[in-house]
Design a protein. Structure first.
Length: 377
């Protein structure tokens, strides 16, 4: 999980430090304030350790340098990493992330005790990275220099899956998407789409995920079925056993069905971090309520959730759930507001939405109410 992220002179950020909840995190802000950039940076550092380990590479400054350069280019779809340095800043960008993984442990519990929300003992995995331009021979080049890497972490330490759900709906794009990334170098989608398609290509496990129980019941009742991978294609299996092409589902229902699919296939587990960019897109208010209720419950079961949104309705749903004694969860949600200032993007954050300012969503909603009242006079 990610506990802190410090961003200096990177894209729209001058100096910003983010402290994340272990549960639900909601990022709001106007267009161009770096919400998606923030999600991608957090995802980058969450994926770095497991990706390097899966390649059987020891985590060193040298191995991390090549990996981080490649991943930054893929996540931000740029061949010139110098463009990620804040405009007008010559000394480069600096990124720091405090990530913690786990060391496997054995736990003993009685049949009536709930399953633990943590998959093991915490293990620190800190990162510090500098991105700077270096004068090459006849041209400007950009270096990615890892200053601090988690090379002292235990060899058996692990990070549960990190899942990034991009803003574009993925179910209808799934078929053949991985091949398109491999075939076309300049394919217009960033690596979050490929990562999710690769993850969704997994086979369904024999044992159902313990996270499914209670989290997705209302969603499955609405959908009347679930997604299933058959011959490299996602199909929707209805309650009567009939098959329906996933493309024939309403787009909003495809997004809900994808969450069930990720849980059903064990792609989200205790200790995972789920990043979701604009989860409310193409969902009606009743569906947004179902989705946020599910994500809110997951945050109480050991899953860190980090959302970026434009929706005041979504934000209010989180407040309502957390404000009720019946639905409040353990790790308190944390709110972040990104606003454009004279020195770049300014960040306000806290555990209470009243602590966060400026809240552009609320400001515009109040202004709209005023305009409505004036127009009806």
């Amino acid at each position: 999980m990610l506990s802190e992220l410090y961003v200096s002179q990177f894209t729209v950020f001058r100096d910003a430090k983010f402290r994340f909840s272990e549960g639900l995190n909601v990022i709001v802000g106007d267009n161009g304030t770096g919400k998606t950039h923030l999600l991608k940076l957090a995802y980058l550092f969450g994926r770095a350790w497991p990706d390097l380990q899966s390649k059987r590479l020891r985590v060193t400054q040298k191995s991390a340098e090549a990996y981080l350069a490649e991943r930054l280019a893929g996540l931000f779809r740029t061949s010139d990493l110098g463009l990620l340095i804040r405009k007008g800043h010559k000394n480069g960008a600096r990124l720091k992330a405090n990530v913690h993984g786990h060391i496997p442990t054995v736990s003993v519990r009685t049949a009536n005790e709930p399953a633990p929300t943590s998959p093991g003992l915490l293990e620190a995995m800190p990162w510090t990275v500098v991105i700077k331009r270096a004068q090459g021979v006849g041209a400007l080049s950009t270096e990615v220099l890892p200053e601090v890497v988690p090379d002292s972490a235990a060899n058996n330490a692990f990070l549960p899956r990190q899942v990034f759900v991009p803003s574009k709906e993925m179910v209808s794009l799934f078929k053949g998407l991985i091949g398109l990334f491999e075939t076309y170098r300049d394919f217009p989608l960033d690596d979050t789409y490929r990562d999710l398609a690769v993850a969704m290509s997994t086979l369904e496990p024999r044992e159902p995920s313990p996270l499914l129980l209670g989290v997705t019941q209302d969603i499955q009742r609405l959908l009347g079925g679930h997604l299933k991978l058959e011959q490299d294609e996602l199909v929707f299996v209805q309650e009567d056993g009939s098959r329906l092409l996933s493309q024939l589902l309403a787009e909003g229902h495809r997004k809900l069905a994808m969450l069930v699919y990720l849980l059903r296939n064990g792609l989200i587990e205790p200790g995972s971090t789920l990043f979701w960019d604009e989860p409310e897109a193409n969902l009606n208010p009743s569906a947004v309520k179902l989705l946020i209720r599910a994500l809110h419950l997951l945050s109480d079961r050991g899953v860190q959730v980090i959302l970026a949104t434009h929706s005041l309705f979504l934000l209010r749903e989180v407040e309502i759930l957390q404000g009720s004694s019946k639905t409040a969860v353990g790790p308190r949600p944390r709110y972040f507001s990104l606003g454009l200032g004279r020195q770049g993007v300014e960040v306000s954050q806290g555990e209470d939405i009243a602590e966060v300012d400026p809240l552009v969503l609320l400001d515009e909603s109040l202004k709209q109410s005023d305009r409505y009242l004036e127009s009806s006079r």
